[in-house]
Write a new protein. Sequence first.
Length: 155
Amino acid sequence: MSKDPSGERNSFGSIKLNMEPRQNQQPSSAFIAASWAALFIGVIAFLVGLWNAEMQLNEKGYYFTVLMFGLFSAISVQKAVRDQMEGIPVTNIYYGLSWFSTLLSIVLLTVGLWNAELAKSEKGFYAMSFILSLFAAIAVQKNTRDIKARQNNEQ
């Protein structure tokens, strides 16, 4: 059978993936900068939107708390997944709670926006800046772990 860059083919013609541990590669400077920029843009846009919103202070507090909860839980998911990939023990309860809390933060934002008396464009703005922030937090955490792993391997 011929070699395929992503693995070799089995007798059924499907690709058999190579599951050997791979070398940690440091992310490019452009990806690091893009990740941090996305995090700042998402969080700052969400917060500026809250600042300028015509809603009660308790509503603003709710959305701010959901944002912080979402960022923390997304980082926890990334950490748990990465720890498992690196062979660091992660309890099932922590792994499950990390995923549950991430999904819960998204559900809480969705329910809050669904019931809010905001224009649809405002609701979309908050949803998109929230999701951008979660994605960027995961990317920044991944970059941080990749850089740290590379530094440890070089020592």
